[in-house]
Ligand binder design. Structure first.
Ligand code: KIV
Ligand code: NA
Length: 265
């Protein structure tokens, strides 16, 4: 089996082959996605929302991210695993950032880390990369900054923010990042940024001009039917199917239909 590495992703961009990425937070789903042939599995700090039930990604801890990463890694044979550095584990200074990145790599067995931000985190990225840890960047709508933004609306619609994003993308590439997530920005801007870089961009709500796409598994599988942004393509309606299945199970238990003789010893 040929494992996906950060070098594979660079070659895919050069060859014009799109990169597929999905989030996972546990062993069972990670294994399913790996077996389906996904290129990259992201242990997203969206675990804070979809696993822990928090409203934002701010509360999830480094220990909790490491736990999810350990579970995911056990399900992976071929895909590249990238783990989000949670809020508070890298923003204060590059010593803290490096120490947190080392903990994630050492304790989880993942292949790389991701962190949010541009110029502000460039020194940290440089030091983490120098330590031998591949870094994925994340620009545009960076959810750890939700209290600064105030909303989850599209970012960089205005020229000043778009200009900073373009500059940040180049800084991230220069600092040694192997890829950059572009979240919820205009498609034209994402395409321009993608063309300006050698490293691949992976979009979410950033249009078709990116070198790859990422979706949160719960969103694309329809496990939470309340989150339906324009950028989301829902491939299943699992919420409906799970509701029907569990409703049937309850009714079978209540009626005594389950278990049958065949299901008994
Ligand atoms: O945490 C996450 O799921 C992410 C993706 C949306 C890119 O960062
Ligand atoms: Na994230």
């Amino acid at each position: 089996i040929k494992k996906i590495t950060t070098h594979t992703l660079l070659k895919m961009k050069a060859a014009g082959e799109k990169i597929s990425m999905i989030t996972a937070y546990d062993f069972s789903f990670a294994r399913l996605f790996d077996e389906a042939g996904i290129d990259v599995v992201l242990v997203g700090d969206s675990a804070s929302n979809v696993m822990a039930g928090h409203e934002t990604t701010v509360p999830i801890t480094l220990e909790q991210m490491i736990y999810h990463a350990q579970c995911v890694v056990r399900g992976i044979n071929r895909s590249l695993v990238v783990v989000d550095m949670p809020f508070g584990s890298y923003q204060s200074n590059s010593d803290v950032a490096l120490a947190s990145a080392i903990r994630i790599m050492k304790e989880s067995g993942a292949h790389s880390i991701k962190l949010e931000g541009g110029e502000e985190v460039v020194e940290s990225i440089r030091r983490i990369v120098s330590a031998g840890i591949p870094v994925m960047g994340h620009l545009g709508l960076t959810p750890q900054s939700i209290y600064k933004f105030g909303t989850y609306n599209v970012r960089a619609k205005e020229e000043a923010e778009a200009a900073k994003l373009k500059k940040d993308a180049l800084l991230l590439e220069e600092a040694g990042s192997y890829a950059i997530v572009l979240e919820k920005i205009p498609a034209s801007l994402a395409q321009e940024v993608s063309r300006s870089l050698t490293i691949p961009t992976i979009g979410i709500g950033a249009g078709a001009g990116c070198d790859g796409q990422v979706l949160v598994m719960h969103d694309m599988l329809g496990i939470n039917n309340t989150f339906k942004p324009r950028f989301l393509r829902q491939y299943l309606n699992l919420q409906e199917q799970i509701h029907a299945a569990v409703t049937q199970y309850i009714s079978d238990v209540k009626s005594g239909d389950f278990p049958s003789e065949k299901e008994s010893y």
